[in-house]
Design a protein around this ligand. Structure first.
Ligand SMILES: [Ca+2]
Length: 475
């Protein structure tokens, strides 16, 4: 069915390309999605950081909307990214665990994003979009799983995390590859240059695509997964927070350069820019990043791990300086962009996100779809919490899986009003037994659909698989 759908989309695309120039006014919006890596809200000036200088992010908030209940679907990279790209929980597309049983895909993984899944790039392409991915992919490093086989015209980046260097597994992992399309162009790549390389590529992409709509996905690899953070030379030592702060300020500058390029091409009011992060800052000793005002760290299902900074800017469409506290998530990216672009996804293709245009564009009285469906916090295959409306319920668990923990401790049932008690200081399950009951019922439904631990869900689909994975090396 999916391949039939795709053929139909391709035909639609060909038809669109032949539209007369007069149709330009109906042109769907350009979209730029920037996804930081392991960066929490508390690291941005517009969310309260006094430590980092983020003038471009702050300007984006002043000129657009700042979300305060924006979620990703996982506290770690691969599943979080899978949801943004597919509009589905990672459990549905089966990227919630790696082929080795780990939390994220490693180099030379047999598993990856199934090419039969429909990516946001594949949805937009038939509407005439130029599509590109510049940055950290992390949805599979085998050829069928790479961006250029998943709807992106162009890929420039590293196919997985930059901490997955050859030194860690010399017999199996290759020198860290920088790829263009499916070719390795540099290995090992000098990670300190990467933000600049991606930024320059983005500017060039905007310049090359003024006459047609474009979708640019920039999964930045900063601050990233290494304790000694990679930073471009001109930013080193400039912040008040070591290399970590330097990298946040470099990311901010990168955004500024891209926004300037959009403006210079006269595309400001044609371009929706979305800026968020794939999961919260991770616990380090000494601490580096901040998820304030949310509690907890990246790599788990806490608010700090999964409630992200998110800014959107689209002059003339999104009210300047607005704040949205309704729940919207990376699951909504695909369905919302599809709606904005007038693209169709196919009615029998199950998505987990919603068209959140009303929320994103600041329509008065717009409410979150998750107030009905609930939003689910999984760690790998384990459902750990559910949110609906202001309520987040941590489910009672005999042992709650946690990354890096030798022993999984039990988790007690706890209910918080995370709209008003965002630091989760007041446990209120005894006062709200009906809410607890309703959230437990939603959890049962999620488990049946998306699975839980060793019990697969009936709505899960197969991941991509290759029998003989190979390393990405320079030819
Ligand atoms: Ca991450």
């Amino acid at each position: 069915m999916l391949s039939r759908l795709y053929s139909a989309l391709v035909l639609a695309s060909l038809a669109l390309c032949s539209l007369p120039a007069g149709a330009a006014e109906d042109r769907p919006p350009n979209v730029i999605v920037v996804l930081a890596d392991n960066l929490g809200a508390g690291d941005l000036g517009c969310y309260g950081s006094k430590l980092h200088r983020t003038p471009n992010l702050d300007r984006m908030a002043a000129e657009g909307v700042k979300f305060t209940s924006f979620y990703v679907t996982s506290g770690v990279c691969t599943p979080s990214r899978a949801s943004l790209v597919t509009g589905c929980y990672s459990q549905r597309v089966n990227l919630h665990v790696s082929d080795l049983g780990g939390a994220v895909l490693q180099p030379v993984a047999a598993k990856g994003l199934n090419p039969d899944e429909v990516t946001v790039a594949e949805v937009l392409k038939p509407r005439g979009y130029a599509t590109a991915c510049y940055g950290k992919w992390h949805l599979g490093d085998q050829l069928p799983f790479l961006p250029t086989n998943q709807g992106f015209d162009e890929f420039l980046g590293v196919p997985y995390s930059e901490d997955m260097v050859q030194e860690k597994k010399p017999d199996l992992w290759p020198p860290l590859p920088l790829m263009r399309g499916t070719m390795v162009i540099e290995a090992p790549v000098d990670c300190e240059k990467l933000t600049r390389i991606y930024t320059e590529a983005a500017v060039d992409f905007v310049r090359r695509n003024t006459e047609r709509p474009f979708f640019l996905y920039m999964p930045a690899a900063r601050p990233g997964s290494t304790q000694v953070v990679h930073v471009g030379n001109e930013f080193r030592g400039k912040s008040a927070n070591g290399l970590y702060g330097d990298s946040v300020e470099e990311l901010d500058r990168s955004l500024g350069v891209v926004l300037d390029a959009v403006k210079k091409q006269g595309l400001d009011d044609r371009t929706l820019v979305i800026w968020t992060s794939d999961n919260g800052a991770v616990r380090r000793n000494p601490p580096q990043g901040s998820n304030a005002p949310f509690a907890g760290w990246g790599y788990g299902t806490s608010e700090g791990g999964m409630r992200m900074p998110c800014l959107m800017r689209w002059p003339g469409h999104i009210p300047a300086g607005s704040v949205c506290d309704e729940v919207t998530t990376t699951l909504d990216v695909l369905p919302t962009l599809a709606a904005m672009a007038g693209a169709s996804v196919g009615s029998d293709h199950k998505l987990d996100g919603y068209d959140a245009s009303d929320l994103w564009l600041g329509k008065a009285g717009a409410r979150s779809h998750y107030d009905e469906s609930g939003f689910f916090f999984y760690h790998m295959a384990q459902l750990q919490a559910v949110r609906r409306g202001p309520w987040k319920l941590y489910l009672p668990l005999d042992s709650a899986l946690a990354l890096g923990a030798k022993k999984a401790p039990p988790q007690a049932l706890r209910l918080f009003d995370v709209r008003h008690d965002i630091g989760e200081e007041h446990e209120v399950s005894a006062e709200h037994p009906e809410e607890v009951k309703a959230l437990l019922a939603l959890a049962r439904r999620a488990r049946a659909d998306l699975g839980d631990l060793n019990a697969p869900g009936e709505g899960q689909r197969a991941a991509g698989h290759v029998d003989h994975p190979t390393a990405r090396v320079k030819e």
